[in-house]
Design a protein around this ligand. Structure first.
Ligand code: DGP
Length: 113
């Protein structure tokens, strides 16, 4: 499969992993939008949030807990952080393998642009 995040998950593209287990990995975003910008992704290819099924509830929860773990490991849990998952065109999704953005290290604005 040509999916870039699948290639990262299979280590076909060398990327430093901040966290990994059998189900999920976390690594730094190539184009950071904040001083800390990490992507948490399932190893399994799921194109968009629309494709997530109730059978994958545990996996979805694991993505959240991975972001929490990375935030703690990188000591931003107290200063705070934002989690974002973009879906399809209006959501701004550009890589069609679901990923949770973890953004930290600066004040986030609301509403997002
Ligand atoms: P989104 O727009 O939500 O689909 O976010 C995709 C993000 O993926 C974007 O912030 C840039 C990042 N990205 C794209 N290709 C690569 C890559 O090859 N390596 C890494 N580390 N990040 C990538």
């Amino acid at each position: 499969m040509e999916c870039i995040f699948c290639k990262i998950a299979r280590a076909e593209i060398k990327t430093e992993l901040l966290y990994e287990d059998d189900d999920v990995i976390a690594f730094r975003d190539l184009h950071p939008q904040a001083p800390l910008h990490v992507l948490c992704i399932p190893r399994q290819h799921i194109s968009t949030l629309n494709d997530l099924s109730p059978q994958q509830t545990a996996l979805a929860g694991k993505l959240l807990l991975t972001a929490q773990r990375v935030a703690k490991n990188l000591a931003v849990e107290e200063s705070g952080y934002r989690l974002v998952m973009n879906c399809n065109g209006h959501g701004g999704q550009t890589v069609f393998h679901i990923h949770l953005h973890l953004l930290a290290g600066r004040q986030m604005s609301w509403p997002p642009g």
